[in-house]
Write a protein that binds this ligand. Structure first.
Ligand SMILES: [Zn+2]
Length: 175
């Protein structure tokens, strides 16, 4: 399941706070989702050089990604054959939503924590519910996710299977 929209690049440097999470991925995989870095070889002041890009998806989610040139033990990695370390910023700070747009499992992301160990981004409760009206007219819950983007993609996928059933989305508590 993947998002269908292509994000637009927005000027970088809007995030001065610490990143929300770090993850490892192949550079080519990330470029396929957000495009190439808009700035390269920036100096991180201690962790080596990095490339960065900030994008906005059609839903309004903004994501900033920095790919570090160094891996463990500050060794320069070959990004064509080894996964790179990425830091992610996002507004709103919903890692599940970010993971959906990057087509990555959310559990590949390790949230950053503040000095008290509190995560800077948490996965919000899954309050967006995908519903189905079955052949007998009963409404059945299909699944719950954190954001409408992912819910809409799930509905599209089920509808594409061609079953003559109605799928719809509601937000828990707002019905
Ligand atoms: Zn979205």
């Amino acid at each position: 399941m993947a998002a269908t929209d292509t994000p637009i690049v927005i000027p970088g440097g809007t995030w001065t706070s610490p990143p929300l999470a770090v993850f490892e991925a192949m550079a080519a995989t990330i470029e396929a989702r957000v495009g190439p870095p808009s700035e390269r070889d920036l100096d991180s002041n201690g962790l080596g050089r990095f490339d960065t890009v900030c994008v906005r998806f059609a839903c309004g989610l903004e994501v900033g990604l920095s790919r570090f040139h160094l891996g463990g033990l500050l060794r320069t990695i070959d990004p064509t054959t080894e996964p790179s370390r990425f830091e992610v910023h996002a507004c709103p700070p919903d890692l599940a939503h970010v993971a959906f747009h990057l087509a990555l499992p959310v559990d590949t992301m390790s949230p950053w924590t503040d000095p008290d160990g509190v995560p800077l981004a948490t996965v919000p409760p899954p309050t967006v519910v995908v519903m189905r009206t079955d052949d007998n007219g009963n409404d059945v819950e299909v699944t719950r996710v954190t954001n409408r983007c992912e819910a809409a993609a799930i509905v599209r996928e089920y509808e594409a299977r061609g079953h003559k059933q109605t799928y719809w989305i509601h937000e828990a508590g707002l019905r």
